[in-house]
Design a protein around this ligand. Structure first.
Ligand SMILES: Cc1cc2nc3c(=O)[nH]c(=O)nc-3n(C[C@H](O)[C@H](O)[C@H](O)COP(=O)(O)OP(=O)(O)OC[C@H]3O[C@@H](n4cnc5c(N)ncnc54)[C@H](O)[C@@H]3O)c2cc1C
Length: 307
């Protein structure tokens, strides 16, 4: 890897840079930037309007061949600012802010709304794009507005009513999210802490948190027809349960395996290739389809070169 200031723009660009993800595997970025200001972010857009934004890499698998687009991280002080108004419940956070850190700060400030998202590794930008959440709520429920820039470098502001939040989906992907505003409710800090501890205990109990993974690999599918023993048409059912009942726990490919603790987690070991994870995902999805006639779709984002 080498780093140099771009000849026409002020931003520093690293070449052949590793892309840090929670899987801990995958290819490199031909070009990587961590802009330190709005102007440097605009430089990035000018250099490559197709740039890819990296959050915390917690929902991401990068193909072994890496990616040619400029990869941009907003985990720099310019996008790690947080403003909390405990009186009104208004919270403004930059896209690079760590979600677990914001949860802790809002609990300390006696504000409720984010504590149910405990145990979800993310930046605020990545959490919004993925509408991160689970059985204790989702981030789209408490966001008021999202700011960012579009691929031409123009500022964009989206009110929550304009954002089509759905299960693990926001429609925000094309925008470069730089900041979000939340409206939280006043609450007792000790009660919030106790609830947050419960959420964390539930996660620790049900998920392999000490292994390298990207959380749930597949989305929970909605049934298109009644499936005996699984659920009625229209029900959203757990992909982990389907994977488990199809007998996939423990299935392995290269250094990737289906977690014994949570069927919807694929865990990786050092030296594992992204190709092994993709092959294992295909095998799991095929077995679930064979067993139940139910198609499961990836929840994780896969970055790969366009053919
Ligand atoms: C142990 C573990 C447990 C998990 N548990 C949960 C869970 O309970 N619920 C859940 O929903 N998820 C869970 N996940 C998945 C992950 O935490 C979420 O999807 C999270 O929202 C990813 O955020 P990120 O910042 O890491 O985004 P990344 O993985 O870095 O990126 C995800 C996508 O968002 C885009 N993106 C990121 N930031 C921006 C931005 N600023 N502007 C535009 N696009 C952007 C990226 O380009 C990419 O397409 C878990 C993951 C792990 C490893």
């Amino acid at each position: 890897m080498s780093v140099a200031t771009h000849p026409e723009h002020g931003v520093r660009i690293a070449t052949n840079a590793p892309i840090p993800t929670w899987f801990g595997i995958g290819g490199r970025a031909e070009r990587f930037a961590a802009p330190r200001s709005h102007e440097e972010l605009l430089d990035c857009v000018r250099i490559d309007p197709s740039l890819r934004i990296l959050g915390d890499g917690a929902n991401l698998l990068v193909d072994d061949q890496g990616v040619p687009e400029l990869v941009v991280s907003l985990k720099t002080p310019a996008w790690e600012r947080v403003h909390i108004d405990a009186r009104t419940g208004r919270v403004v956070a930059g896209a690079g802010v760590s979600l677990p850190r914001l949860i802790k700060s809002t609990i300390d400030a006696g504000l409720s709304g984010l504590e149910g998202l405990g145990g979800i590794p993310a930046t605020i930008g990545g959490a919004l794009v993925m509408n991160a959440g689970g059985r204790f709520g989702q981030i789209g429920d408490v966001v008021q507005s999202v700011r960012g820039v579009d691929r031409t470098g123009l500022d964009a502001v989206r009110d929550r009513r304009e954002i089509p939040f759905e299960y693990r989906k926001s429609g925000l992907g094309a925008m470069i999210v730089t900041e979000a505003e939340f409206l939280l409710a006043p609450a007792n800090t000790e009660k919030l802490r106790a609830f947050h501890r419960e959420v964390m205990a539930y996660k620790a109990e049900s998920q392999p948190l000490n292994a390298d993974s990207a959380g749930c690999v597949f989305k929970n599918p909605t049934l298109h027809a009644d499936v005996e023993g699984i659920g009625p048409k229209g029900a959203r059912v757990s992909a982990g349960m389907l994977i488990d009942r199809a007998g996939c726990k423990g299935m392995a490919e290269g250094g990737a395996s289906v977690s014994e603790r949570h069927g919807n987690f694929i865990v990786t070991s050092r030296g594992c290739s992204a190709a092994s994870v993709i092959t294992l995902m295909d095998r799991v999805a095929a077995r679930v389809l064979d067993t139940f006639g139910i198609r499961i779709e990836p929840e994780i984002v896969i970055w790969r070169r366009e053919p």
